[in-house]
Design a protein around this ligand. Structure first.
Ligand code: GLY
Ligand code: MN
Ligand code: MN
Length: 431
């Protein structure tokens, strides 16, 4: 891992809070993610299972975490099973956690090698009534690949058919939606790295640069600051490409007079930033670009006031829709009378603003949570309004990451330039 060690108290507290949500006599099993194959003998980089990381801080393949908070023998209430290293692994892959290091990272005292799993698990199961297992229940997940957790569910249910099986996801989604101070500090770090890279890009962009050259500037700055890299596939979209919401090609020239939309965020210690900025390629907005830009910025600022405890996504998005409607009328893109007569199920603003304004952010970019749950202190959301005008080859989105607090929000991207004048001034001082 490139990131600095995380204080284990984060994971100790996470497990303590988690245990309160379990039924008596419950055992919990979480598996690491697989290292995903590509082709031939190729693999993707390892990405830890978010829930396993949240409860243990262990960032290594093949790990299994077993929790049994009221097991009679106190020593066996928290156990980590790890891949045991050997000289071959040392030579080809390098260092793996020692037992002492795993305890230091997680706060878990009982560390076993994987070879001890079956016997130990069987002993524990004989005292358990409920078995909590993990599935991906993100409402937009398209689950097509069988995870280690999914395979474990099958073998476990076959071997122990008479236990009562429970879903782990609702508990973890509930807990992970509220970020602790320590988590917010890690997210701040991801945002700060993103800021450094954005400032670098402001000095770099000029007519003639390629979108992929801009992408390279970001990754350079991210990795040299201990980030694994992009939190998600970066969108570097000049001119009309900005109207393609998931534009990933990043292979066009940035031309004089165009805007450049960049939706990029750094990952740090498995936490994510999710930023969007839109800048003029030549360093100066045209009047029309400025007009649309400031309309988006006003909606973003207004959205901050609605991200308060007690509000809920559906109501919030409805309010944002109204704001957007009036901005689009002001820009001459919608007609007041047409808006009055519109079908409320298909509001006209959707032609120019077709995505949501906010999503949870955390160990996952579209983080887990429940869309029907009212906003609470400690939730972290993106705020990302946009206006996309195909007929003008123009797309603008601005995206910050904020923490909901008792009275107003805390902006994790408060230092990242966003005002027209700031952007223009910084671009004019470039070499
Ligand atoms: N970058 C993904 C998103 O903004 O939701
Ligand atoms: Mn984004
Ligand atoms: Mn986002």
């Amino acid at each position: 891992m490139k990131y600095l060690p995380i204080e284990k108290e984060l994971f100790i507290k996470n497990r303590q809070n988690f245990a309160k949500h379990l039924k008596p006599k419950s055992i919990v099993v979480l598996n690491a993610n697989d290292i995903m194959p590509t082709n031939a003998d190729g693999t993707m980089g390892f990405k830890q299972n978010s829930d396993l990381f949240y409860l243990s801080g262990i960032d290594q393949e093949e790990t299994i975490l077993v929790l049994f908070p009221d097991f009679p023998d106190e020593e066996f209430r928290e156990i980590l099973f790890l891949r045991e290293t050997n000289p071959e692994i040392e030579i080809w892959e390098g260092h793996k956690y020692t037992k002492e290091e795993a305890t230091e990272a997680s706060g878990i005292q009982k560390i076993f090698w994987l070879s001890q799993f079956e016997k130990t698990f069987n002993t524990l199961m004989m005292e358990a009534e409920h078995v909590y297992l993990n599935t991906n229940e993100h409402i937009r997940a398209e689950v097509r690949v069988e995870s280690r957790d999914a395979r474990f569910i099958k073998t476990c249910q076959e071997r122990y058919p008479l236990h009562r099986y429970e879903r782990l996801a609702p508990i973890l989604y509930h807990l992970r939606a509220i970020k602790s101070e320590q988590e917010i500090a890690l997210m701040q770090k991801a945002c700060d790295i993103t800021e450094k890279a954005f400032r670098r890009v402001l000095q770099f962009v000029k007519p003639g640069v390629m979108e992929y050259e801009v992408e390279a500037e970001y990754i350079h700055e991210f990795v040299r600051n201990r980030s694994r890299g992009f939190a998600y596939e970066p969108i570097i979209a000049s001119g009309k490409n900005a109207c393609v919401l998931h534009y990933l090609a990043n292979n066009k020239e940035c031309r004089n007079g165009e805007l450049l939309l960049m939706d990029v965020g750094a990952e740090y210690a498995n936490y994510n930033a999710d930023m969007t900025r839109t800048i003029p390629v030549n360093g100066k907005f045209t009047e029309r670009q400025k007009q649309v830009y400031n309309a988006v910025l006003r909606v973003k600022k207004e959205a901050y006031t609605m991200l308060r405890p007690g509000n809920v996504i559906k109501e919030y998005h409805k309010e944002i829709g109204k704001l957007m409607e009036s901005e689009l009328i002001g820009l001459g893109l919608l007609d007041k009378i047409d808006v009055k007569n519109q079908d409320p199920q298909h509001p006209l603003y959707r032609k120019y603003f077709m995505h949501g304004t906010s999503h949870h952010l955390g160990i996952d970019v579209h983080d887990v949570g429940n869309v029907y749950r009212r906003f609470e202190q400690g939730m972290v959301f993106t705020v990302e309004p946009g206006i996309y005008i195909r007929e003008e080859n123009l797309g603008i989105r601005l995206e910050n990451n904020i923490v909901i607090q008792e009275n107003g929000i805390f902006d994790l991207m408060r230092h990242i330039p966003v005002e027209v004048e700031e952007i223009e001034t910084l671009m004019h001082t470039r070499g």
